[in-house]
Design a protein around this ligand. Structure first.
Ligand code: F6P
Length: 546
């Protein structure tokens, strides 16, 4: 583990001040806060990198923001941010640098580490991806039987899947080649079966995307896909139908993929921070190298903002501090993320890995157990769908659930009247959550007395409203980078390592052991009684169909 001084945030002056603030804020309401401050909307409105962020409907006042910024100073968030940008090994438990920010540095930038020019390496890979994307997109890259590629299948899971899949949907309108993207992630064979039963092997290209090239799900699915191509087109067709994205050169070679069809990246890119690395190859195939460059430019703009905007106007910093406020001082357990755009349908799922794999930690960077909450649960669905399912609980339930609302000012379809309605719903939901409808108002509207409690909305439910102009590669880049640095800020305050993910290892090891016991009945069952019973049940079924 690297030497790193961890500051317990609860020992800071700001923490104590925030505990007092929480009492004051819990004794007031958003209605009162707005009534007492005619400038509240503009006071808590922030703008940067094309994102308009309205924090005014959050349970905060100026003192809270001041003390949150003090907390950032006292816990050395800015120093840690600068260490990340300098390429220091801030991923303590894995002794690695954290340099996803280098993936979007412009060609003219310089970042030399251990004598290697990182920027030159990044751009060499981007050029390799770009040349390959050009070939596939204009039909020069052909399948083994001479047909052009029409379908690209990304085989990968977690960070090697969620970002590319989210982007393929979000950037649907920017697709500029006759290509369709598909994704196989789950080890559930139905995913691969769907692909092999609907696509034509002659026109299908597989991208095996795996940082480690050892992930069980991905290697199982890749082997099945490989068998499909070999059995339909012959073993020699593999070279035309498979490429790989990985940091594991040897394993890619062993799989039978040639060097020229391998796109590399580096151990300093965490899986959940990799959609802008070669893991984004499927995205580049769809939107082209120029579109991908725009996406990177969006990321970079927010990186710059995070590095240089004054703290009190630093969007990702403020967003991250707000999470800490809700988590540690107001007792919120979850954050809802509601994009008012069907094209961002997979954004909440993408964010879940980004946020929860990063900050779902129980010890700080020195290994000491945390005495405070960390890592909220992120979840969500696009609006307006969610309004007709779980918003009931947001409006009238007993839990505190801050919500991020995300909307686009420009319509994403030709149906402009629909966009008016979509945006009306977005704005109205934030308003209804904040201000509710009092019992007096309900009664005054003529509702029978006995029904009043059921139809009353207490309000005081916080939300953040983020508005962007249009959903483009660039704005998607800004949105993702905003959340990446939001995650960073939270982790830095909490003193945790946001860049490891040891928590996924135990389940993997146990699955390997259980898998042996399921398929080999001579393996004695020495697990707990519940696990043994589940295995017995499965074995009995398996005897009938295996
Ligand atoms: O098991 C979790 C994880 O390691 C994620 O962090 C990662 O994004 C995913 O698995 C996939 O890993 P790989 O890209 O190495 O296949």
């Amino acid at each position: 583990m690297i030497d790193d001084q961890v500051i317990d945030p609860t020992t800071t002056k700001a923490w104590k001040a925030l505990e007092k603030d929480a009492k004051r804020i819990q004794a007031t309401t958003l209605k009162e806060l707005f009534a007492n401050d005619p400038d509240r909307a503009s006071r808590f409105h922030f703008e940067g990198a094309g994102i308009s962020m309205d924090l005014s409907k959050n349970l905060i006042d100026e003192d809270v923001v001041t003390h949150l910024l003090d907390l950032a100073h006292e816990t050395k968030v800015f120093e840690r941010r600068d260490s990340m940008f300098r390429g220091e090994r801030i991923n303590n438990s894995e002794n690695r640098r954290v340099l996803h920010i280098a993936l979007r540095l412009p060609r003219s930038a310089q970042l030399v580490l251990d004598g290697e020019d990182i920027v030159a390496e990044v751009h060499a890979t981007l050029d390799q991806m770009g040349d390959f994307a050009d070939e596939v997109r204009d039909g020069r890259w052909k399948g083994a039987t001479g047909k052009r590629i029409t379908d690209v299948v990304n085989i990968g899971i977690g960070g090697s899947y969620l970002g590319p899949e989210m982007a393929s949907l979000a950037l649907r309108r920017s697709i500029s080649a006759p290509l369709a993207a598909h994704f196989i992630a789950n080890v559930d064979g139905t995913d691969t079966e769907k692909i092999t039963s609907t696509l034509d092997p002659e026109t299908t290209l597989f991208i095996v995307a795996s940082k480690t090239f050892t992930t069980l799900e991905t290697m199982t699915n890749a082997t099945m896909a490989r068998d499909w191509i070999a059995s339909t087109l012959g073993e020699e067709a593999i070279g035309n139908h498979f490429v790989a994205v990985s940091t594991n050169h040897e394993a890619v070679q062993a799989f039978g993929i040639a060097d020229r069809a391998m796109f590399g990246f580096w151990d300093w890119v965490g899986g959940r921070y990799s959609m802008d690395s070669a893991i984004g190859l499927s995205t580049m195939l769809l939107i082209g190298r120029d579109g991908f460059a725009e996406l990177l430019a969006g990321f970079h703009e927010v990186d710059q903002l995070f590095c240089s905007a004054p703290a009190e106007q630093n969007l990702p910093l403020l967003l991250g501090l707000l999470r800490v406020w809700y988590d540690c001082f107001l007792g919120a357990q979850t954050i809802g993320v509601m994009p008012y755009s069907s094209d961002l349908a997979r954004f909440p799922a993408y964010l879940q890995q980004l946020q929860m794999e990063s900050n779902g930690k129980r010890v700080d960077r020195s290994g000491k157990a945390l005495s405070y909450q960390s890592g909220a649960i992120f979840w969500g669905e696009p609006g307006t769908d969610g309004q007709h399912s779980f918003y009931q609980l947001l409006h009238q339930g007993t839990k505190l659930i801050p919500v991020d609302f995300i909307g686009f000012l420009q319509p994403l379809s030709g149906y402009h009247a629909s966009h008016d309605l979509l945006m009306a719903n977005l704005i109205a939901q934030a308003q209804a959550l904040a201000f509710g409808r009092s019992a007096e108002e309900v009664a005054a509207s003529g509702v029978e007395e006995w029904q009043v409690p059921f139809r009353t909305f207490t309000g005081n439910k916080p939300s953040t409203l983020m508005l962007l102009d249009e959903l483009t590669p660039k704005s998607l880049g800004t949105l993702v980078a905003l959340y990446e640095h939001d995650v960073f800020t939270q982790g830095a305050v909490w003193g945790i390592d946001s860049f490891d993910q040891w928590g996924v290892e135990l389940g993997k090891a146990m699955a390997t052991s259980v898998s042996g016991a399921l398929t080999d009945e001579s393996v004695p069952l020495n697990y707990d009684s519940s696990t043994n019973a589940a295995i017995e049940r499965y074995r009995a079924s398996r005897r009938r169909w295996a």
